[in-house]
Each structure stands twice: as structure tokens, then as C-alpha cells.
Design a protein around this ligand. Sequence first.
Ligand SMILES: [Zn+2]
Length: 338
Amino acid sequence: MRSSRCCVLYNHPHCVICLLRIFAWLIPLCLLQASVLLTPAHPGALARLRLNKLKAYPGDVLRADLKASSAIERLDIFLAGHRIMFRSTVGLERWSGLVGIDLETKPGEHTLKGTVTLAGGQTVGVEQDFRILPKTFPVQRIRVDEKFVTLDREAERRVAEETKKLQATWKSSSPERLWRGRFILPVASDMTTGFGRRRIVNNQARSPHAGVDLKAGSGTPIRASNGGRVVLAEDLFFSGKTVAVDHGLGLYTYYAHCSRMLVQPGEIVKRGQAIAEVGATGRATGPHLHWACRLNEARVNPLELTKAWMSEEPGAVERRGDSSGRISESFLPLTGDP
Ligand SMILES: [Zn+2]
């Protein structure tokens, strides 16, 4: 019907209803145009986040590499609510970080994601999906003194206090990388108990084995697996005499059941330096070193740190010209944890 059609087409340019109709069409077009201008056509062209492996098991360590088209001012990348700490590897455009997959992570699809703030203030969203494969850990039955299984009130209070202190420790890592290359085994030994075993202690289910047990005689020197700062040297209820070293960027190693501790909190240690001696203090069935690792608060297998790829330096090609071997790095502010 002629009356229902736009009268501009029929030479009625001053019709108010038609002008309103035209504006009604223009408004969504303008909004669409604005959103195109505010959102980059290809966010991946501005910043890309990649993992070195897209399939992993609980307890694994992955490397995340971030590449941006211009200098990065700030990174806010998280896995399961935990911040992943990065270091710059080439200029301020390329960054790298280690990602820990907790021992009790559920199998299935997971996403590492967050935002990258570029110099100039532009913020770009980045993410990388990956898959956690199911893994069945063997069951281990052990017998220990009943006081380590049925805790009295004083022991319960002590354990709660120690747990709180350790959890706070895992959140306060140095923003600088204090380690270099592969980690070493703290004692030369055959492993006696593997990572992740489900434990039945005196016939009661207990938390899984979040480290590896290295068999060694009492008094054997325990060596720092890599450079770092001692953040704990204390006699704990379950772990006995325990040393923890912060290697920076959210990565810690933990040495338990020692007979003697040779370092103090705050001390800087080098890879291979004797920091304690093997013992059987705390909940232990005999002399051995319980060696564990925390990374972005996740309980990961410390043997992952001894793998060859840990010594690979992302962006090493670009740095070949540096004969001094020294790498200048800069680090991001670490504020605003969720
Ligand atoms: Zn152990």
C-alpha cells in the first residue's frame, strides 16, 4: 500500500514520520560503527597467549608465552582464580610464565585467560584453552604413630596455624625470577614414593601425596634445587623440620622431614647449596626427603622442574648477541589479586 511506504521515495522530503524512520535506522548503524572502532578487528594481532602443550595431566608444569604488537604495561592472567606471574623475555613485547596444574585438577577443558594492557592504555583480552587428561594415581598404605592420624586439640590448633602460614607464604612470591635453567634433584637418590599417590594412613584416607619421596640416609646433605630465597625454616607438625625456598614468579620448592636445617628465612641460596640434612622428623616412616613444589599455589610434581625444556629460554635467538650472557629483565606490578 502506497501510504505505508517511505514517502522520501515519493518526493515527500519534509514528512516528519519519514525522518524519524530514517533516524531509527541510523542509530543502530552508528552503534555498530562505534563498537567496530573500539574493538580491534583482530585482538590476536595485538596480543597472543600460547601454551607449550595443549594437553596435560594434574601435577604438570606448562609454559605460557605472550607476544604483543607493542610494549606491555601490565598483565593480568589467571588460571582457576590464581594469578600467573610472567617475566619479559624479549623487550617488553614478549613475556613468559610457568603455569602449575594442581594435583587435584578435574579432567576436561580448562582456560588460561586474562587481559594485557599495552603501553598507551589499550586493554586486550587473551585466552588459551587446554585439556587436562585423567590420571589414576596408585594407592599407598602406610602406618605411622597414631598421634599423626587422630590429632588432639593442641595438634589441631597447631596444624591449622601452620596451614594458614603456608598458604600465605605461597601467595607472596618474589616478582623477580631467582632461578635459572633446570632444577636439580636435592639428593642423588632413587625415588621411593611417587607424586600424587592416594594415601591411606593407619586405614584412614588422607590427602594425596603432593611431592616425591627421595630415599637417603639420615644426615645426607639436601641441596637447593635452584637459586632462591629461603622463606621458611621451621619445625612443622606433619612435615617436621622443613625448609621452603621461593624461586620467584610464584614458584617454590619444599624440603621436609629434615634432621637439621642449615639456613634461615631471608637467606639467598644458590643451586646446589646445602640447605638441610635428611631425617625422619614429623610424620615419616623412616629417613627420606619429601620434596615438593608449589607453582601459582598449585601442588605440582617437582620432577617437572628437572625436565630439559626448563632450560630453554624463550626468545634466546634474539639475545644471542649478548656476549655477557646477562639478561636484562623487567617485571610487572603484581597488584589486584582477585
Ligand atoms: Zn612424601
